[in-house]
Write a protein of this length. Structure first.
Length: 203
């Protein structure tokens, strides 16, 4: 009997691969590849706007522009987490710990900023405090995910954060630039690297 079975063409094979990859991507665990960017860009942009505003107007209200970070970042984070809702139910222990750690970092950063603002300590240590929290989160996330670029960027961000202490009194606004640089190094850059990694390997 003659075997009439036809082998799939290259185009059909590519279609099959595409379908399988789509199913894998829809069923995989949430990797949070967007969350670093969700917080990184608002942090860098808002802090730079605050720096410019302070230089232009020298008004106390400019120091509270940092509240724009949670006001922008929180809805975006909720949006992306909501998109991952179904897959969130299958989250591993590691990804669950990472998510809760970043929620904690965000809460401490906001509460700490408000507290330091009312106790006149904001200009002295808050930027370094915020930078260290961001860098620590990036470093620990890299360790848990075994993604070395995040670990390296977190370590570099920690070193940059300490530079904020050198800008005091009249030079204080430059602390904002330092923290924006930390957001670039410890959030935006590793965020793009990890997003590309997830896209390439479908983790």
């Amino acid at each position: 009997m003659t075997n009439t079975r036809q082998e799939p063409t290259i185009g059909q094979e590519l279609d099959i691969i595409s379908v399988i990859r789509g199913e894998v991507m829809s069923n995989r665990e949430p990797s949070g590849e967007n969350l670093f960017l969700v917080w990184g860009y608002p942090t860098a942009i808002v802090l730079l706007l605050e720096f410019v505003a302070l230089k232009l107007w020298h008004a106390d209200w400019c120091s509270w522009l940092w509240l724009g970070i949670p006001l922008v970042g929180t809805p975006l984070m909720i949006h992306f987490l909501h998109k991952d809702y179904e897959r969130m139910k299958h989250r591993s222990l590691d990804s669950n710990v990472i998510l809760k750690m970043w929620i904690y970092v965000g809460a401490v950063s906001c509460i700490g900023g408000a507290t330091m603002g009312f106790t006149d300590m904001f200009e002295q240590v808050y930027c370094m405090f915020q930078g260290l929290l961001i860098s620590m989160g990036c470093f620990l996330t890299g360790l848990v995910l075994r993604f070395r670029p995040k670990t390296v960027c977190g370590a570099i961000g920690t070193a940059i954060s300490l530079l904020a202490l050198f800008f005091q009194n009249d030079l204080w606004p430059w602390q904002l630039v330092v923290t924006a640089l930390v957001a670039l190094v410890a959030l935006i850059i590793p965020g793009h690297l990890f997003k590309q990694f997830v896209k390439n390997y479908g983790i």
